[in-house]
Design a protein around this ligand. Structure first.
Ligand code: PGA
Length: 255
């Protein structure tokens, strides 16, 4: 059975003490309220990561992730952080290819393929984001865009490597806009992604791949989205900055 995951993406929000306070609320609520096998992953800015990893000890339902990592192992890349550095402080996950990074930092599928290789080589689990813009959906090329993102970003991986990947489908038009894909729209794409994985690897690997939905996900719409057969959780932006909302979304998977 594939893992159910609710990942929070704090983006560039919260100073150090605010981040620690929020994380402490989240771990306490998870301990008291989460009763299933679901996993929370909190993806904070780099400055919080070391402390969050320490604070997460003893809370096996809460993992810590970064929001980016460089494609090179090390070297003269002023201002960057490597996968090896993240691993060395106990970070488990890393978001790669978020649409904001594709848009503002010009991250291409080709670059993201390299980032994925480096993250995997250093023992990090990528949460690999894909999704179409509104323009692409309106031009009805969204399936092709998503297929290209999969093929160019991930399908060079061996089957063994691919089992470490979590995919997040995030329609760009739904991120931070309050516009959510309907459960049917999201399910349609998630089923497509799973079918592409089955065609490239095999049905077992496709069945075992966790595919998250992201884009204005909140405690109100999460139950319907997560009830879809191919939606295995969410990547949560805005609502992950409120402990109550984030944990309520996580609790949709309570046993
Ligand atoms: P949102 O962001 O939940 O604020 O729409 C989701 C994301 O960007 O991962």
């Amino acid at each position: 059975m594939r893992k159910k995951i609710v990942a929070g993406n704090w983006k560039m929000n919260l100073d150090y003490s605010e981040g620690l306070a929020l994380f402490s609320e989240i771990t306490n609520m998870v301990k008291d309220e989460v009763t299933g096998k679901q996993q929370a992953v909190v993806c904070s800015p780099f400055i919080h990561l070391h402390s969050l990893v320490q604070m997460a000890k003893g809370y096996d339902k809460v993992s810590v992730g970064a929001q980016n990592a460089h494609q090179a192992e090390s070297g003269a890349y002023t201002g960057e952080v490597s996968a090896k550095m993240l691993k060395s402080i106990g970070v488990e996950y890393v978001i790669l290819g978020h649409s904001e990074r594709r848009q503002y930092f010009h991250e291409s599928n080709e670059l993201l393929a390299k980032k994925t290789d480096t993250a995997l080589a250093n023992g990090l689990k990528p949460i690999f984001c894909i999704g179409e813009t509104l323009e692409e959906r309106n031009s009805e090329i969204h399936f092709q865009v998503i297929k290209d993102q999969l093929v160019e970003g991930l399908f060079h991986l061996s089957a063994e490597q691919f089992t470490k990947i979590v995919i997040a489908y995030e329609p760009v038009w739904a991120i931070g806009t309050g516009l959510t894909a309907t459960a049917d729209q999201a399910q349609e794409i998630h089923a497509f992604i799973r079918a592409e994985i089955a065609a490239k690897y095999d049905q077992q690997i496709a069945n075992d791949t966790t595919i998250l939905y992201g884009g204005s996900c909140n405690p109100k719409n999460a139950p319907e989205l997560f009830a879809q057969p191919d939606i295995d959780g969410g990547l949560i932006g805005g609502a992950s900055l409120k402990s109550r909302d984030f944990v309520d979304i996580l609790k949709v998977f309570n046993a």
